[in-house]
Design a protein around this ligand. Sequence first.
Ligand code: GN1
Ligand code: MG
Length: 374
Amino acid sequence: MLSEAELPNSLISTTAALASIAQQFVGYGTVQTIRPLGNGNINDTYLVDAGQTFVLQRINTEVFPQPHQVMDNLCQFISHAHQRLGKASLARRWEVPTVLKTDDNQHHWIDQQGNVWRGLSFVQDTTTFNTIQNQQHATEIGYGLGYFHSLLSDLPCTQLADTLPGFHITPNYLEQYDAILPQAQVRSPEENHCCQLIADHRRKLSILEDAKAEGHLPLRSIHGDPKINNILIDTATGQAVSLIDLDTVKPGLVHYDIGDCLRSSCNSLGEETRQWQAVTFDVELCAVVLEGYLASAHIFLDAVEYDYIYDAIWLITFELGLRFFSDHLSGDIYFKTQRPNHNLERALVQFQLAESIRTQKQAIQTVIDQLKAH
Ligand code: GN1
Ligand code: MG
């Protein structure tokens, strides 16, 4: 673990402030080291060593303007999952992070600048990856999401607040893009390429919302962001043991989650690659991940829900391309960036992946049909 002396310069000035925030969550313990954790695009996340190790996060209140609701949903999920795990006789490790209370028994701490902080337990002896490492990893990514969904399957989504209205409602992202475009200066060939793809596919973007509105697809409690690196893998066994990043546990379609999990795991170059033209969707990996998912999910999934899995894989991929591109056109106000045109590069990756999915529709549908018949 990094000591203060090893932290990058930019972080040293903030370390004292961070330590005093972290101290709110450790009772009589003393904060020893703090270091950045993970590569989230929204919240700021740190790993704190204070005798025991825990995760400290600043909730991005630009994205989540009602952090109390985020914490309420999180606590509901955690207590529901702990109840379920208490009753189950699962013959393998599965963990649900817990929320740390502050000294005055709160779920969060608000600092002098109004930033909202929380502490979460750290799931030990685990690791995450940005791309699939091997066949077992692919199975476990699917299994992890399926088991997480099965834990949520009897938590009525009506009990959860909608902490991020419009999240994964693809037609809303299109509306936002349409509103931004006239003011944006689209110049480069890459930007024109993105605009062209959106023009070509815009009529297909309401497929899941239409199915929901027509009553074909049920609202359920979902994760919202189950990308590959939010699924923790046990370092010893290689098994999935937890899903993290629980801010978007809220009502939605399981399809948003299935699409997000598959788009992030079946792209062997990863979503941060700069070689966007080389990006492809790996159908064989998709088969393995989906099989792992359905091992638990077949119990609660309705027959009609299988019929929209292909659409979800394409749509959630395309949607993320649209979200990154709109943010690029807006001046990078939503997703954190590390360099100019970062969100444009990310958009190009997702759009290329969506094209690869579209051109392999038949093969992907065959995989889904075979698994459904199984
Ligand atoms: C954001 O913060 P992070 O990286 O877990 C985003 C997801 C995107 C993801 C793409 C609340 O999640 O929807 O799929 O970036 N989360 C939110 O990497 O917008
Ligand atoms: Mg997230």
